[in-house]
Ligand binder design. Structure first.
Ligand code: SME
Length: 161
């Protein structure tokens, strides 16, 4: 059986993997376990910009997204999961692929800061339900200590990811 994203995080912590090794294994596990997750990526918040980290799926030009723009920027601004069943009906959506039909964005946050988010696109309409949301929010909670930075990371706005 393939390792789940949660198992990968636990193993990464136990074995002392780097942040990026853990994030790589999480996007890998999420995509492998879910045939409807056609694009899976993790954006990390640097100052007021979401910067794309590890991802699986086609390359995107949207590697930097300001908070407040697109579905990704919306989730970071509102601090809430955003589930868009049909991206064609949502004017806030920034297209990464013409094949995408639905998208879910889950912020990685604690009570103080948003550190990043898990972004998943599907070529199927309404691909994400409450079970997806709950599982992804659990993954996001476990990622907080992996990606958290003092001061919400604002002092490292120009650091290279
Ligand atoms: N669709 C996102 C942009 C990122 S791509 O999905 C990878 C958005 O509207 O913010």
């Amino acid at each position: 059986m393939n390792e789940t994203a949660l198992e990968a995080i636990y193993r990464g912590i136990r074995e002392g993997w780097s942040r990026d090794q853990i994030l790589e294994s999480v996007v890998d596990a999420l995509q492998t376990a879910n045939p409807k997750y056609h694009w899976v990526g993790i954006y990390l918040l640097m100052s007021d910009t979401l910067v794309l980290g590890p991802y699986r799926g086609k390359p995107t030009v949207h590697t930097r997204i300001p908070v407040g723009e697109g579905i990704c920027g919306l989730a970071a601004r509102t601090r809430e999961t955003v589930n868009v069943p049909d991206v064609r009906q949502d004017p806030r959506y920034i297209a990464c692929s013409l094949e995408t039909r639905s998208e879910i964005v889950v912020p990685i946050l604690d009570s103080d800061c948003v550190y990043g988010e898990i972004d998943i696109d599907s070529n199927d309409e309404a691909a994400f339900d409450d079970t997806d949301r709950e599982q992804l929010e659990e993954v996001a909670r476990l990622l907080v200590p992996i990606v958290a930075k003092p001061g919400c990371g604002k002092e490292s706005a120009h650091a290279h990811l």
